[in-house]
Write a protein that binds this ligand. Sequence first.
Ligand code: SF4
Length: 544
Amino acid sequence: MKHRKPREILPPLKEWGRNFRVALVYPNAYRIGMANLGIHMLYSRINGLDGFLADRFFMESHGHKPPLSIERFMPLREYDCVAFSLHFEPDYPAVIKTLELASIKSRTNDRTDADPFIIAGGPSISANPEPLADFLDCVFIGEFEEGGDELLECLRNLTCMGTPGDSAFAELARLPHVYVPSLVQFQFDGRKIASFTSHRDHILPIQAARPFLAGIEPPSTAIYTDDAEFSDMRLVEFTRGCRGSCRFCLSGNTTGPFRVFDPDLLVKSSTQLAQRRKIGVVGELFAGHPGLLDVIKRIIESGGRPSFSSIRLEFLSDDILKLIVDSGIKSLTLAPETGSEKLACAINKPLSIEKLLTVSEKAAAAGIENLRLYLMAGIPGEDESDIELMLDMAHKVHKAFIFNGSRTRLGHLTLSVNPFIPKPWTPFQWAGMANPEYISAVFNLLKSRLKGISNLELRTASPDESMWEAVLSRADRRSGMLIETASKIGWRPALKNQINDSFPAVDYALVRREESEIFPWEVVFHGSRRELLWREFKRALDNL
Ligand code: SF4
């Protein structure tokens, strides 16, 4: 793949020679990475620290060549620290591939003190750092604003003093929110974990960092480019966490408590309109911000045009719908997940078909042209009648939205159906994923039953790819070999060929776990005790 220099508006570069150099690596496409506020936050935060610089790397920038930084075309191994930002489990093989292309040994044990520190952070690896345990020197658990600077200071001191590997790891292990996999040993019993122990300085579990947001500058677009998704707007983070407690949701269960950024700081950040007038409001539950209407009003008064992402149904008041419409947005995304009340109770995401239809009608009447519904297939306990209810709901929404009498033009309805994936730190961490054959059969049924309906589009995720994600979500460190193979020959053949000593890798995804099973991700802690999660899982099953 050819190296294509993106068109960007960058802050001035820091001097190479005098700083501790951090390579921020997003192991995915530039276009996707630059739409992620995490990269922008890390970039401006690290470059704002005295004595540190950060440059960016994206997977597609280097293809099969040694990776070079976007900013100054420097090779990866010239940096003091390589920091991977990991948001999705399927990106894990790219970590290994990136290191190997940079002539850096991928396994921690094979590296020397002359190599950069290899670290990672981000939602998926924070939830379960174990699949990449053999490859990472340490993992930052949680949100970087609390404890991230201390980690960088520590890495710089260790580099300046030339502290050798084992002593360096012991130093890192004393920091809050930092997990050092090489200081932890696991004992296995067939597929299960018998126990794990850690070095005396490394006290487990590692608590995830969840800072109070009062006084913290809201993350916002730091680098403008025309080559990324949402490139026409300045993204600003309004809220973190979620008040919902949906039992399947990684984000809702690992980013709590719900927190909001200071309204004045939001207005200040959102009214820097020199580059973009459109303001992308970011936050899973942005509509839950108590000062939202006032902040939006002030942004509009300053000449900004707010734009909104997917929204939770129960927060879609008339005021907020009006805001969305007034902002000029033509698309609305809602995530009912299922058309079945039984499954809605099981996943703990209340469903009101009546409200969904009312919102669909109001959205159509207000001029929204595209409505997207997110749904799941393979929720534990699902049967044919639940799929029928999903179809029934789709027909009703289609009628309410597309053929609304007050419309001037026909609308477009998209159903995005993804397989249910059991995630760590959620009550459904004990559940097995439905096998891909079942998911394919559901998708085929949906396709045949929705075929030919005007202005309705069905989008389905790949069942196999979802299973791969599920494997990596709940894997332990024995999956390292699988990920390594996937980095060389691709995940499909790797998964097909790989049988662990005592079980096939797909068992990580498909097998329902026992109540007392020790999980690899229990080396970290995201705030919900196992007893609470188990109780919620039992409640879910009681609804089925
Ligand atoms: S699914 Fe949405 S509403 Fe539910 S917990 Fe997750 S982010 Fe919150």
